[in-house]
Design a protein around this ligand. Structure first.
Ligand code: PEP
Length: 252
């Protein structure tokens, strides 16, 4: 049985007071560990203050990005040690905004995943096709390449620490959700691809979450799919009521 992950990616939103207020609400609403792992990914400035609120709660903290080098002259970057220090347990790697707006390649993401694993951070590795890929019938080819290159030279034991987020780029922030069947089909393909490295016994325990315009209305039908193990939530994760609603529906 897989514990689903419901994660809010706050992107470049929320000042420290706003992030702390949300974290306090979340801690009050979900004080006990449950059958859903709740994760919040605040901006860097709010990581430590959010950690101070959530440290004695079951809610986990994720960073949104990281650099693969341990330290050095990399102005504007942040290391895994700094993230661990600030209370992070997870790190989002390969979000489509990082890939498209900041030029992150599969090779760079592979270095990030390896550095994250070395430091004990659990990667939430994002993969997904563009609308063009889907319309030209190459969606699965693209996803397979992202997985193969992202996981290059990573041992099976390490792959077990990774959660995968299937995020079709055309569904992110657009209000267009993949249908539950489209998402299920992609999640199944991802699980099969992972199984080529891990074998089915382990791949069946890999957490694969869906991201792309998830909201309280569509969560139930997505979570009903056998290969969907949670959600990575952008827009609806900024609003406490919506995010809490998504968590409660996922607990069914
Ligand atoms: C995201 O950015 O990861 C995301 C899924 O955003 P949204 O929920 O707003 O589509």
């Amino acid at each position: 049985m897989i514990n689903p992950i419901i994660a809010a990616n706050w992107k470049m939103h929320k000042t420290i007071p706003e992030a702390v207020k949300f974290a306090k609400q979340l801690k009050k609403e979900f004080p006990e560990p449950g059958d859903v792992d709740i994760v919040v990914a605040p901006p860097f400035t709010a990581l430590r203050p959010v950690m101070e609120v959530l440290k004695d709660s079951p809610i986990h903290i994720s960073a949104q990005n990281m650099h693969w080098e341990e330290k050095g002259a990399y102005t504007g970057e942040i290391s895994t040690a700094m993230l661990v220090d600030a209370g992070c347990e997870f790190v989002i790697i390969g979000h489509s905004e990082r890939r498209t707006l900041f030029g992150e390649t599969d090779g760079m993401l592979n270095r990030k995943i390896r550095a994250a694993l070395k430091s004990g951070l659990k990667p939430i590795f994002c993969i997904g096709e563009t609308l063009e890929d889907r319309e030209s019938g190459t969606a699965f080819e693209v996803i397979q390449k992202q997985i193969k290159e992202g996981l290059n030279n990573i041992t099976s034991d390490d792959i077990k620490q990774i959660a995968f987020a299937y995020e079709p780029v055309w569904a992110i922030g657009t209000g267009k959700t993949a249908t539950p069947l489209q998402a299920q089909e992609a999640h199944r393909f991802i699980r099969e691809t992972i199984a080529t490295d891990l074998g089915y016994a382990h791949a069946s325990k890999t957490v694969i979450i869906y991201g792309g315009s998830v909201n309280p209305e569509n969560t139930g039908s997505l979570m009903d799919q056998p290969d969907i193990n949670g959600a990575l939530v952008g827009g609806a994760g900024l609003d406490f009521e919506s995010f809490a609603g998504i968590i409660k529906i996922s607990k069914r």
